[in-house]
Design a protein around this ligand. Structure first.
Ligand code: NAP
Length: 161
């Protein structure tokens, strides 16, 4: 699950680059009660572990520890643990490094398209239409609280992994 700009920017200086309360609400609604796998930098971009969700943090630092999260030393180890636990859904939550590694592993994409280009230092990978089929799209106009037009878009994988 990711929010990306038209130029695929997802972040800058370990933070988001836009403020879209509608997207934060959608993110919360979609992920509540679920397990979220994220890179160590994305985890540290939050003030605290996200409430009412299990945060699993991936790091290469063997001694890494943080309150309220489970730590894994590879993406595969985290995904295996989700399978062992029998979880039907696990959200791969970024950032850029994790998205790059998890695109070949994901079955679905839940993308917020922010219809503007931004300067940034972290990008979402190109979504290849030969691999990913768009299955739904909800378009919204900017309003007094949300400064940009945006869309909630779902994709499923066309081909076997
Ligand atoms: N727009 C969005 O939807 C969205 C979502 C999430 C994040 N973001 C943005 O993305 C940016 C952060 O992304 P990022 O690419 O800099 O960092 P990141 O992907 O969040 O985290 C990278 C870190 O994860 C660990 N890691 C990565 N691959 C690993 C592997 N295979 N095994 C073990 N550990 C692994 C490493 O931690 P160690 O260095 O500790 O070893 C690495 O430094 C921020 O700007 C954030 O705001 C945007």
């Amino acid at each position: 699950m990711a929010a990306k700009a038209t130029n695929n920017v997802i972040g800058k200086d370990n933070d988001l680059v836009w403020h879209l309360p509608a997207d934060l609400k959608y993110f919360k609604q979609t992920t509540l009660g679920h397990t979220l796998i994220m890179g160590r930098k994305t985890f540290e971009s939050f003030a605290n572990p996200l409430p009412h969700r299990d945060s699993w943090v991936v790091t290469r630092q063997q001694a890494y520890a943080a309150e309220g999260v489970r730590v894994f030393h590879s993406l595969e180890a985290a995904i295996n643990a989700a399978e062992e636990k029998g979880l039907e859904t696990v959200f791969l939550l970024g950032g850029g490094e994790i998205y790059r590694q998890s695109m070949p592993l994901a079955d679905r994409l839940i993308i917020t398209e922010v219809h503007a280009a931004f300067e940034g230092d972290t990008y979402f990978p190109q979504i290849d239409p030969e691999i990913w089929q768009e299955t739904s799209r909800e378009e919204y106009k900017a309003d007094e609280r949300n400064n940009y037009d945006f869309a909630f878009v779902h994709y499923i994988r066309r081909k076997e992994k």
